[in-house]
Design a protein around this ligand. Structure first.
Ligand code: HEC
Ligand code: HEC
Ligand code: CA
Ligand code: CA
Ligand code: CA
Length: 466
């Protein structure tokens, strides 16, 4: 009798738990959830080209721009005068000789792993604080970016070497981990001493997928998520960056860069040509040299005025707008859906906003009305002292970073053969990235640490499916 009773209790519990898991899966799985970049900008190419795929529903002209823009993105610029005039004018100071040199395969760079490795795709923004309007003030001799390379006969600005300090920690369940914090040493300053007030911000080259969609999220939808003074008292206070926009000559919403420090893909692209490769354009007609450097260097080789013509610049800009996002893998898998549930439970989605519908008046009409799942709110958040660069960038203070989109991060290993994350690439994988969260995300991180090993793995499996 007792046995029979126990049996039926077990049967009942089994039936209930089965029913729950069946009910849970469809309700938490959302229709077309695997289409991270919407109908038009999700690619099924899961090869190492997964971040470099062209969107669908483009006009033949747009598709042509994509192809030409792509080749400019990959091509190496050379010292003027070069045999190919469309590709000369490198430097005088620069960080790399192509976009793809840092955004390899349209993906993200990895930081040097030891002190004698060169910087490939890690750069340093410089300033001596913000001016009264809130713009970063350039370092007097070195400007707003440290260029560690230069053409023949010109000295690079300085050399940076990196060392890591190991930090040991434990989960409450006893599992141990180590994190590594980068420490930078600047040497061989070739243009005088740095100002004693110099602030610097290390930034790793970001992944390129889905950028046109991020640009096409309606401004109002982003601003609606802001809660600067945490009026709802949940410990999370998203803040929009407002940045100097050289096209409108006014302060507008910042979207790109690790601190949302640039407003548009146009300015970001022209700015990269200018600051990273030493290529002038109609947006930035003067070389990125301070007055001191200009005087010291005199006449430098010139690849035309400007060095990249508008017609070609436009193609590279359009290229950055038309890159797709890889399709989710196994989005309906039960473990992954459990991981997704944990992601919500830990309030990761307070900042990593799962979805938006893009705006409806982009010139590239394929970008319009797309249901996208970028897992970002495009806002700034205080992530604590440990991640702070202590350098303000427009409205972003020294502890604030833009929530990075999480789409595509599971494909990083395939595309770039590494899994380094965060603004300076210090995290060796997603687990370490979470463990570095602090500030507004301190609670989420602690709740993550308090999960069982199995639950942590489910969450990481979910992230890896993005
Ligand atoms: C020296 C390495 C380097 C080169 C070369 C480079 N980039 Fe970048 N790129 C970066 C870094 C670092 C960031 C982040 C910048 C920041 O946070 O301010 C970035 C950010 C971007 C972004 C914004 C991505 C986002 O998610 O917000 C775009 C777009 C971009 N780069 C395009 C280009 C283009 C186009 C070129 C070539 C003209 C180029 N980059 C060349 C390092 C590089
Ligand atoms: C308060 C807002 C906030 C919350 C909550 C939050 N994050 Fe983040 N997350 C950020 C910001 C901002 C960064 C970038 C920090 C940096 O680069 O230094 C980031 C970075 C990341 C990265 C690395 C992304 C990349 O491109 O390098 C991962 C992975 C990540 N978060 C996952 C999570 C998970 C999982 C949770 C929940 C446990 C979570 N985050 C909670 C704001 C948040
Ligand atoms: Ca030049
Ligand atoms: Ca400089
Ligand atoms: Ca809040």
């Amino acid at each position: 009798m007792k046995k029979l009773f126990l049996c039926s209790v077990f049967l009942f519990l089994w039936a209930v738990s089965c029913k729950n898991s069946q009910e849970n899966s469809p309700s938490i799985y959302e229709t077309n959830e695997e289409l991270s970049g919407g109908e038009n900008f999700t690619t099924y190419d899961l090869s190492e080209n997964a971040f470099g795929a062209e969107g669908k529903q483009l006009t033949p002209q747009q598709s042509n721009d994509f192809t030409t823009g792509n080749s400019f993105f990959r091509s190496n610029w050379v010292i003027a005068p070069g045999s190919v005039q469309t590709l000369d004018g490198l430097g005088a100071l620069f960080n790399a000789n192509s976009c793809g040199g840092c955004h390899f395969k349209d993906g993200r760079a990895k930081p040097p792993l030891s002190s004698n490795e060169p910087l490939n795709g890690l750069l340093f923004r410089l300033s001596i604080g913000n001016d009264a309007q809130g713009k970063p003030i350039p370092e007097p001799n070195y400007g707003t970016q440290l260029q560690d390379k230069a053409i023949l006969g010109v000295n690079p600005e300085a050399k940076v070497s990196i060392n890591y300090q190991e930090i040991a920690g434990n989960y409450p369940d006893g599992t141990s981990y180590t994190l590594r914090k980068p420490i930078y040493t600047f040497s061989q300053n070739n243009y005088g001493n740095f100002s004693p007030n110099m602030l610097f911000s290390p930034r790793i080259a970001q992944q390129m997928c889905g950028l046109g969609l991020l640009e096409n999220i309606k401004e109002g939808d982003i601003l609606a998520l802001a809660d600067e003074n945490d009026a709802n008292n949940d410990g999370i206070s998203g803040k929009p960056n407002m940045v100097w926009n050289i096209l409108t000559q006014s302060f507008t919403l910042g979207r790109f860069g690790w601190k949302a420090n640039v407003a548009t893909l146009k300015e970001q692209t022209a700015g990269a040509f200018h600051g990273d490769i030493g290529i002038t354009s109609s947006l930035f007609p003067q070389e990125d040299l301070t007055n001191y450097q200009q005087t010291l260097l005199g006449n430098i080789p010139n690849g035309g005025t400007p060095e990249i013509e508008d017609i070609n610049l436009e193609k590279v800009i359009n290229y950055t707008k038309m890159l797709s996002v890889p399709v989710r893998r196994d989005a309906k898998n039960n473990d992954i859906l459990k991981g997704k549930q944990l992601f919500m439970q830990l309030n990761c989605n307070a900042c990593h906003k799962p979805s938006f519908v893009t705006g409806n008046n982009n010139a590239i009409s394929a970008l319009n009305n797309q249901v996208i799942r970028p897992y970002t709110d495009m806002l700034l958040h205080d992530l604590g002292e440990d991640l702070a660069d202590n350098r303000p960038d427009f409205r972003a203070n020294g502890r604030e970073w833009r929530t990075p989109p999480l789409w595509g991060i599971g494909m990083l290993e395939v595309v770039n053969r590494h899994t380094f994350l965060l603004h300076d690439g210090r995290a060796r994988n997603a687990e370490e990235a979470i463990l570095w969260h602090g500030g507004e995300a301190e609670k989420s991180k602690n709740d993550f640490k308090n999960l069982s090993k199995n639950e942590r793995d489910l969450l990481l499996k979910f992230l890896n499916s993005l």
